[in-house]
Design a protein around this ligand. Structure first.
Ligand code: TYM
Length: 335
């Protein structure tokens, strides 16, 4: 078993990333390694380029994201932790896979449609090709399991199609079909302002997301001001069905406390949001505060964080090189 996943350094790590993906990364680090498998996690700085970002911001975010992952529990001694750019095989395999992926497949990607919006002609080619680089990220290591939020599932289905077509076209068994592992507890955390849109790094309202870098008072204030309804919490989870804001807050509570939504409802049924939101704020501060404090300490020495990425990249290159070579040879490229 080999677990592979990545995160873009286009902003700070937020609660959606943490509950939807990174918490799973940490628990898989223990589980998979006990079974003799490996975990590889990376900062997708090349994906960060697909929408404009100031160079200094991208550079700083890459270091900050790395520190946040370590603070959240990713151990660079036990997991291979690196950034894409320092492992050039990602870009090289992406080019090979560009010749396997079909335009029709990419045209169906909902993330491209959402991000490009009405101005498709003005979107970067990188934004369109984004899922092919993502397939390369995983196939390069023959990743078997990919822990992600629900929004990335379609991209991983494409990676499976690319792997199958490559194997078929070139008469090989080279690529393994990766399995997306969508978090059951928090597949899709929604904005704290508007429960019809997901919590994201790109939402212009800072109130919509809780960042792991936020101080305690900010975290608490964001939960106290979160949009909710006027009713009390229902007697069972079925009562949350038509109440998206309430459902989102209960989901967040459950995921933070590592309990089921049923358990949260059993403990808080009948409570109004005037009481539930402060309880959620306390829980979030107690859970996220120590991660932030560790991150801030790690960022005292940014050069050391960069050295950790270098060491991780060295290990990743050793794993990637033979697979890239095998793909090149299968295609008839002379190396
Ligand atoms: P990114 O940086 O947008 O998000 C990182 C991870 O967080 C998950 N996520 C969420 N989960 C639940 N609720 C939310 N509101 C929420 N927002 C984000 C994402 O699903 C993701 O798992 N394309 C990827 C990065 C990537 C990658 C890869 C992932 C590049 N190459 C290869 C897996 C394998 C992305 O944009 O993540």
């Amino acid at each position: 078993m080999r677990v592979v996943s990545g995160i873009k350094p286009t902003g700070n790590l937020h609660l959606g990333n943490y509950l939807g993906a990174v918490k799973q990364w940490v628990s898989m680090q223990d589980e998979i390694q006990q079974q003799g498998g490996e975990t590889l996690y990376f900062i997708a700085d090349l994906h960060g380029l697909t929408e404009w970002i100031a160079p200094a911001e991208l550079a700083a975010n890459t270091i900050e994201m790395t520190a946040t992952l370590i603070a959240a529990g990713i151990d660079p001694e036990r997991s291979v932790l690196f950034n894409q750019t320092r492992v050039p095989q990602h870009s090289e395999l992406a080019w090979l896979l560009n010749n396997v992926a079909r335009v029709g497949w990419l045209n169906r990607m909902t993330q491209f449609k959402d991000k490009a919006g009405k101005n498709r002609e003005g979107a970067s080619v990188g934004l369109y090709d984004y899922p092919v680089l993502m397939a390369a990220d995983v196939l390069l290591y023959n990743g078997t399991h990919v822990p992600v939020g629900e929004d990335q599932k379609q991209h991983l289905e494409l990676a499976r199609d690319i792997a199958a077509k490559f194997n078929l076209d070139y008469g090989t068994e080279l690529f393994t079909q990766p399995e997306p592992m969508v978090s059951k507890a928090a597949p899709r955390i929604m904005s704290l302002r508007d429960a019809s849109s997901k919590m994201s790094k790109s939402n212009p309202s800072v109130q919509a997301r809780v960042n792991l870098i936020d101080d305690d008072a900010t975290i608490a204030a964001k939960f106290r001001k979160a949009t909710s309804d006027a009713d009390a919490l229902p007697q069972d989870v079925a009562g949350l069905a038509d109440r998206p804001e309430a459902k989102n807050l209960v989901t967040i509570y459950a995921a933070l406390a590592d309990v089921t939504p049923e358990q949260v409802i059993a403990d808080h049924a009948g409570q109004g949001f005037g009481a539930f939101k402060p309880a959620l704020a306390d829980l979030a501060v107690a859970t996220l505060g120590p991660i932030r404090d560790r991150m801030v300490r790690l960022l005292d020495d940014r050069a050391e964080v960069s050295r950790l990425l270098d060491r991780g990249a060295e290990k990743a290159r050793d794993l990637a090189a033979p697979n890239l070579l095998a793909a090149q040879r299968a295609m008839g490229l002379q190396i």
